[in-house]
Design a protein around this ligand. Structure first.
Ligand code: FEO
Length: 396
């Protein structure tokens, strides 16, 4: 991606990873690819906010070269050390070894552990700032948004908040601003990102957003380190972050299941019929045929979580087991659930489901059937779905 001007003197100089389909190992399916955003600020001093993933350093350096000689960089701000943002740091440091490097104390420790270098390091924390000419860059600690080292950088002169992982989306595009892409797609990617990256840190994010709000920053642009830059839709994304981080959810039910010989699937279909009969929104997810990334995104706003599995060798099936282990890391609150499934002779799957994820959701009694569900048992599935939907609705 060539460098793009985002405000006078401020350029986006990062890289586009068009074909990245598995982020964070295999935990996050990135169907639309990923960007690693980095921002160059030209003032009396030249500042670079964040770098890019290793392998994309050439793109970063070429983009900087299209604006200015990279040896002239005076200041490198490391908002966050995860390798998707710091991977090019060692190469950059070789080009401008005398640049001062700003970040939290934890960021320094992390860089040394990853790369054995941290450059001419200056530790900073909330309340501190540096002057680079017309501009002052203010630092705001945001630990666990996304790692303990994370911080935001704010330029009051530009009215830009450089938010690193905060407000990101995994969306590879050569557009820069939020208004240049389809709004629904953008918000869908922002939700997926929140559900798969930030959800586990709600208890920290929610008060942090409140504290930042009290700073009364004048923000016209939010420039994250992934995806589009927010300019037109800042109120919408702010409202969503407040909603998600407060564990708010809708009268919506996700039914997530894995089936061996379709008996558990037959039960799932009847349960969803019962839910639908009460006008409650729901989606049926066969966990073997859907990306866990999409399922988690839907579940972020779902009050009801229903899980089904056949019993296999005295356990729930392996794909749903993997999904539940992933989901329990969400540390969600305020959800209701029940488990269901078919079995041959022992029927441990429902108990296995409950034991795995009862830390983040409250379970109603489970329902299981032997082998193939009878007509009466399918009727019971319908009734269970109906009763569950009524319970979800009654708790508004
Ligand atoms: Fe985009 Fe936590 O790194």
């Amino acid at each position: 991606m060539p460098a793009k001007l985002i405000k006078e003197g401020v350029y986006s100089v990062g890289a586009i990873d068009w074909n990245e389909r598995h982020f964070h190992g295999h935990t996050y399916v990135t169907k639309r690819g990923v960007t690693y955003n980095s921002y160059l600020i030209l003032d009396e001093k030249v500042a670079l906010i964040d770098t890019v993933r290793h392998g994309f350093q050439k793109e970063l350096i070429e983009n900087i070269k299209s604006i200015i000689d990279p040896t002239k960089i005076d200041v490198i701000v490391i908002n966050h050390i995860e390798p998707d943002h710091s991977g090019a740091f060692p190469d950059l440091l070789k080009i401008c070894p005398n640049a001062k490097v700003y970040g939290t104390q934890k960021a320094k420790q992390g860089l040394l552990k990853y790369y054995g270098v941290c450059g001419n390091w200056v530790p900073v924390k909330s309340g501190q700032n540096i002057n680079i000419g017309k501009r002052t860059l203010d630092f705001i600690d945001v630990p666990m948004m996304h790692w303990p080292d994370s911080m935001f950088t704010y330029s009051a002169y530009d009215k830009i908040l450089f938010s690193n992982d905060g407000f990101g989306q995994h969306y590879a595009t050569n557009k820069v601003f939020d208004y240049e892409v389809n709004f629904d797609v953008l918000m869908d990617e922002a939700q997926k990102y929140y559900a798969n990256i930030l959800w586990p840190f709600n208890m920290i994010i929610s008060p942090k957003l409140a504290a930042i709000s009290k700073l009364n920053l004048n923000i016209e642009i939010i420039a994250p380190s992934h995806g589009l830059v927010w300019r037109k839709h800042i109120p919408e994304i702010m409202q969503k972050y407040l909603y998600w981080s407060s564990h708010s959810c809708k009268n919506r039910i996700a039914i997530v299941y894995e089936t061996m010989w379709n008996s558990t699937e037959k039960m799932a279909r009847k349960i969803v019929e019962g839910i639908t009969s009460q006008g409650v929104e729901s989606i049926l997810f066969d966990v073997t045929k859907n990306d866990r990334t999409d399922i988690a995104s839907y579940m972020l706003e779902a009050k009801g979580w229903v899980f089904g599995s056949s019993t296999h060798d005295g356990e729930m099936l392996p794909v749903i087991a993997g999904f539940l282990h992933f989901l329990k890391g969400s540390k969600a609150k305020g959800r209701k659930s029940f488990a269901f499934g078919s079995y041959g002779w022992s029927g441990e799957a429902t108990k296995d489901i409950e034991n795995t994820i009862s830390n983040v959701t409250f379970f109603e009694p489970s329902f299981k059937v032997v082998f193939n569900p009878t007509c009466e048992e399918l009727d019971k599935c319908f009734e269970i779905g109906k009763a569950f939907a009524l319970k979800i609705k009654s708790e508004d």
